[in-house]
Design a protein around this ligand. Structure first.
Ligand SMILES: [Zn+2]
Length: 78
C-alpha cells in the first residue's frame, strides 16, 4: 500500500513495532505491535483491530510482562 504522506514515494510494509502511549499520565510501552510502516518516511499505520486491542490492554489492569527504564530528555533547570 502506498504511503499516505503527501509527496512520499514509500510503501507500507508489515512490521512489528514498539508502540508507546501515554495513558492517564503513565507511559505505557507495548512491544510486538503489528503495524504498517512506510519504508521511506517511517510513518506508522495501526489497523482498527490493533487499536482496539491496545485500548483493551490499557483498560485492563494487568501486570506488565517487563519493566523498562524511562529517561526524561528535558532536564529541569536547577
Ligand atoms: Zn512515507
Amino acid at each position: 500500500m502506498k504511503c499516505t504522506i503527501v509527496g512520499c514515494p514509500g510503501e507500507y510494509e508489515a512490521r512489528s513495532i514498539v508502540h508507546t502511549v501515554r495513558h492517564h499520565g503513565r507511559v505505557i510501552v507495548i512491544d510486538h505491535v503489528p503495524a504498517e510502516v512506510c519504508s521511506a518516511c517511517g510513518d506508522v499505520l495501526l489497523g482498527p483491530q490493533t487499536i482496539r486491542r491496545i485500548e483493551e490492554l490499557l483498560e485492563t489492569p494487568s501486570q506488565p510482562a517487563a519493566t523498562v527504564p524511562l529517561y526524561e530528555f528535558a532536564v529541569s533547570s536547577r
